[in-house]
Design a protein around this ligand. Structure first.
Ligand code: GRF
Length: 204
C-alpha cells in the first residue's frame, strides 16, 4: 500500500535556503510531502530560481502592494486550491498572511523564525534584527523556532525550538549563519511531524 504524499506550498521572499532544505528532504524521504507550489512576495527572489530548477510551479503574490487586496487574496486562494495544497510552510515570507488564508488552512501553516519566541518576535523582528537583539540581550543561547501561524506575527502555538550556542565573539552575521544551518535541519523534521498529525494542536 502506498501512502499519499502531502501537498505542500512554500512561501518565500528571499534566498530560499529553507525552501531548498525542504525540497531536499522530500527527495531524501525525511519529509513525505511534495512541494507543489512556491509563492514569493518578490519576483526577484532567488528562491524562485531554486523552485524552477526543481520543476516546481511558482507564483508571485505582492499582497502588500496590491490595490485590490480582496481580489489578490482570492487569486492566491484559487492558486492554492488549483494545486490542491494541503499544508503551507512559510520560509522567510516577509508579509503577514491574510486572515482568509489563515482561516482556510488553520493549524496547517507553519513558520520558521531565526530566534527564540516569543521574546525575539513580532512585527519588524526578522532577519538580522533578531540576531542583533539576541546579542544585545546577552543571552548565551539562541536558535530557530517553528510555530503555527495565526493572525498575529510570530504568535501561533510553538511547535519546536533548537538551541544554538551564542559565542562571545559572535556578530549578527556569524550567529545568523550558525542558526540558519540548524533551521535547515529543524524545519523539514517539524513539517513531517505536522503533516503526520504528531502535534497535539488542541492542547493548551
Ligand atoms: C530564515 O532565517 C528564517 O528563519 C526567516 O527568514 C530566513 C529565510 O532564509 N523566517 P531563507 O530564505 O530560507 O534562506
Amino acid at each position: 500500500m502506498t501512502s499519499k504524499k502531502a501537498r505542500l506550498a512554500v512561501f518565500i521572499s528571499g534566498s530560499g535556503s529553507n525552501l531548498q532544505a525542504i525540497i531536499d528532504a522530500t527527495r531524501s524521504g525525511i519529509l513525505s510531502a511534495e512541494v507543489v507550489l512556491v509563492v514569493s512576495s518578490r519576483a526577484s527572489a532567488y528562491g524562485i530560481e531554486r523552485a524552477e530548477e526543481a520543476g516546481i510551479a511558482t507564483a508571485v503574490c505582492r499582497l502588500a502592494q496590491s490595490t485590490n487586496k480582496k481580489k489578490a487574496v482570492r487569486q492566491l486562494l484559487d492558486t492554492l486550491e488549483a494545486h490542491q495544497v494541503q499544508f503551507i510552510a512559510l520560509a522567510g515570507f516577509l508579509q503577514l498572511l491574510p486572515q482568509e488564508i489563515v482561516t482556510a488552512y488553520r493549524n496547517r501553516i507553519a513558520n520558521i523564525h531565526p530566534g527564540p519566541l516569543p521574546r525575539f518576535g513580532g512585527p519588524g523582528m526578522f532577519g538580522r534584527r533578531v540576531h542583533e537583539a539576541v546579542l544585545a540581550s546577552g543571552l548565551k543561547e539562541s536558535g530557530p523556532t517553528v510555530h503555527l501561524v495565526d493572525e498575529i506575527y510570530d504568535h501561533g502555538a510553538l511547535l519546536e525550538h533548537l538551541s544554538v550556542a551564542v559565542h562571545s565573539d559572535d556578530t549578527p552575521d556569524t550567529l545568523a549563519e550558525r542558526v540558519l544551518k540548524q533551521e535547515h535541519k529543524l524545519y523539514p523534521r517539524v513539517l513531517q511531524k505536522l503533516i503526520k498529525g504528531e502535534y497535539d494542536l488542541d492542547a493548551g
